[in-house]
Design a protein around this ligand. Sequence first.
Ligand code: 23J
Ligand code: MN
Length: 263
Amino acid sequence: MTSTQTLQSLGAMLLSGDIEVIDCSGVLGPETPILQLPADFAKPTPKVEIHKISEYDQDGPFFAWNWLVLGEHTGTHFDAPHHWITGKDYPDGYVDTLNIQRVVAPVNVIDVSKESAADPDFLLTAEHVQAWEDKHGAINKGEWVVMRSDWDSRVNDEAQFLNANETGPHSPGPTPECVEYLLSKGIVGWGTQCIGTDAGAAGGMTPPYPAHNLLHRDNCFGLASLANLDKLPAKGAILIAAPLKIKNGTGSPIRALALVPKR
Ligand code: 23J
Ligand code: MN
């Protein structure tokens, strides 16, 4: 098939519903959970604010519109290489300069929902990923890899979503060796359903926050607070994770869309 024919079939299958668009984003609003960092970095992103300009009233008789207060790293969002010191020198490391071709790619979905339910500090290892590949097939160059923990079921309760106590936040994520392994496969990026791409306990790892440190070191991308990964096959979907074109932006909320074959 030529690329013209392939795209024509894709268009027809989108229209017929044989290929479904799955919404992998959560709702952005005042209730959206915000990352809390240790007190030494206590300059938090503000909560989302939605301010009405008008809604068919004296400030706009036939139109409704709002203005927002919105962090780059709020809700379902994209981490660009410039977000981390290890990625600071890439000229294409910002959301407005990255190669947008890269963000539309096949997605590998690693299901650790049971493990994460049993242990909120569950860590995905390189060995787990290799066992997943033995079962589902190899992770290939340029592809997304996302970890399904079903953590989106907690997103309407910030305390549950952040899952922090005296000993810090407790949420699943990858080990440093796992991220290195995925990078050795040439992935475009790594995504999770938690507040950030790293595990809650990642501040104590070597290096600290390995998903951030290593992904961005290699000019790769992160995705956080993804939703509805339970509706995706292990392999075979296409993920579209397009950030806003914010000038020198280090990240951006996204409407993450997955194209999925109808079962
Ligand atoms: C800043 C500092 C540490 C972390 C993060 C941001 C994120 O998780 C993020 O949203 O990129 S861990
Ligand atoms: Mn981020």
